[in-house]
Design a protein around this ligand. Structure first.
Ligand code: UDP
Length: 380
């Protein structure tokens, strides 16, 4: 079986730090290859993951450009996808395209109409109701949680093959760590992830909090300062930059509440794995929650607001806590030690391990390839 895995033009695989989709592709690909699947990866230069073949249009990730106005960046995804299409036209050995490129991926593959394709929805499906309400014919699709798909327009729900949860290798690769006193929010700094709520809460309770994650792609305070000081900079008025400046910065005292910027590799694992609890004061219906399953895999209890996929991932009282209000969140944070880290790790291994995710995808691939493959004479 040969799959063209389309990771898109935004970040290398694996990403150096932040990168939800690229992390998932990096988790899935080795598992598929271990099960005999050949993988052709469409990505950007700088990807270091081992695959059977790699193709890219761009020499480096284009994520930083995503923040520019649409008319300046609309060519990026299209140029990447044109490269994918050229490759598909050139060869006839690809059994299935597994696509992770938002909107442009399924639209172009459907128009091409020559290859079986599975598109994984990593996003909030309120976006793009125009496309999701008129799902392109012939493109199989799966989501990353049941709650995400439940909010999808009818046309997409009909086409959907169900939800496959996101996975992480951390339960098997990072040994249990001594716990520090700090709490952590791991994720892009933006209103949707609700860092200001965690900061307000921790300041009130006198608890240490680490906010880890880039602000609109900016990875540290110096980069952010530069953008804030330059009204001409394309990111100057960006909503996430404004959110950090207007809602979060007031709580950053450099002691109790700290923003450490984007973190990667061992530093990320150490900061994350030694936290007392991971907070998810989300202000949206989180579709997949990679960072939630990562916390669990590290034995760090996830504590969040009861929204989006969180109730599917967290078993309240056993593998984390779910709160309905900020006040309740504060009470539950103080009870973090009631959650058994080993139970979290066990759950992550059973439900969110790379092997479990890969088996689910492999089943889908087989179904799609088997279903669509024309029967030759003499076959049952
Ligand atoms: N992440 C990281 N470094 C950071 C912040 C985040 O490596 O400084 C990773 C995090 O561990 C997770 C991913 O980026 O794997 C974010 O995925 P999530 O689904 O939580 O957020 P989203 O895709 O909505 O941005």
């Amino acid at each position: 079986m040969k799959i063209l895995m389309n990771a898109g033009p935004w970040l290398p695989v694996p990403p150096a730090g932040y990168g939800g989709i690229e992390n998932i592709v990096a988790t899935l690909v080795p598992e598929l290859r271990a099960r005999g699947v050949e993988v052709v990866l469409a990505t950007v230069g700088g990807s270091t993951i081992e695959v059977d073949e790699v193709l890219h249009v761009f020499d480096e990730g284009q994520f930083a450009h995503l923040q520019k106005p649409y008319n300046q960046v609309m060519g990026l995804a299209h140029a990447h996808q044109a490269g994918v299409v050229a490759e598909l036209r050139r060869r006839d050995d690809i059994d299935l395209v597994h696509d992770h490129l938002e909107v442009v991926g399924p639209a172009v593959l459907s128009a091409l109409g020559t290859h079986r394709a599975l598109h994984t929805l990593h996003w909030d499906l309120h976006k793009h109701p125009d496309l999701y309400g008129n799902w392109p014919r012939g493109i199989a699709v799966n989501g990353v949680s049941r709650s995400q798909l439940a909010r999808a327009p009818q046309s997409l729900q009909r086409a959907s093959l169900g939800a496959i949860y996101l996975a992480t290798p951390l339960a098997g690769t990072v040994p249990p760590m001594e716990r520090n006193d700090h709490l952590i929010v791991m994720g892009r700094v933006c209103g949707l992830k609700g860092q200001h709520i965690a900061a307000r809460l921790c300041q009130k309770l006198g608890l240490g909090l680490v906010l880890a994650g880039p602000v609109s792609g900016l990875n540290d305070a110096a980069e952010l300062e530069q953008v804030l000081g330059d009204p001409e900079h394309p990111l100057h008025g960006h909503p996430d930059v404004r959110y950090h400046a207007e809602e979060v910065a007031r709580y950053l005292d450099g002691d109790l509440v700290r923003w450490v910027g984007g973190v990667a590799g061992e530093e990320r694992d150490r900061l994350y794995g030694s936290a007392r609890a991971a907070l998810f004061p989300i202000q949206w219906d989180e579709p997949g929650g990679t960072a939630v399953v990562e916390a669990m895999a590290l034995g760090v209890p996830p504590i969040g607001l009861r929204r989006g996929c969180l109730p599917e991932l967290i078993d309240h009282g056993r593998t984390g806590f779910l709160a309905d209000t900020e006040e309740e969140l504060a009470e539950l944070v103080l009870r973090a030690d009631e959650i058994d880290p080993e139970e979290c790790r066990r759950e992550a291994r059973a439900r969110f391990s790379p092997g479990v995710m890969a088996e689910h995808y492999l089943e889908l691939y087989e179904r799609l390839i088997g279903q669509a493959r024309p029967r030759r004479s003499g076959q049952e």
